[in-house]
Design a protein around this ligand. Structure first.
Ligand SMILES: [Zn+2]
Length: 72
């Protein structure tokens, strides 16, 4: 069995080539991903509230997730 071409951190998704150092900080990447996801959820909630009915299920679930994550 041959070695893999690359490796992927199961915690944060960081990838590195086989034989190279996989040293990295999961927290840095996870915090960045958290910000991107919150921004996407905010955009989804705003779009849904603008173009559909008030309290649409999509905006409700997005707002609930934003509130839950923001409460950490
Ligand atoms: Zn990682």
């Amino acid at each position: 069995m041959s070695n893999p071409v690359s490796h992927t951190c199961p915690t944060c998704g960081h990838t590195w080539r086989h034989g190279h150092s996989g040293d990295h900080n999961c927290t840095t990447r996870l915090v960045q991903q958290r910000g991107e996801l919150l921004a996407a959820l905010e955009a989804i909630a705003e779009w849904t509230e603008r173009y559909t009915k008030p309290d649409h299920p999509i905006s409700t679930v997005a707002r609930k997730a934003i509130a839950n994550v923001g409460a950490l």
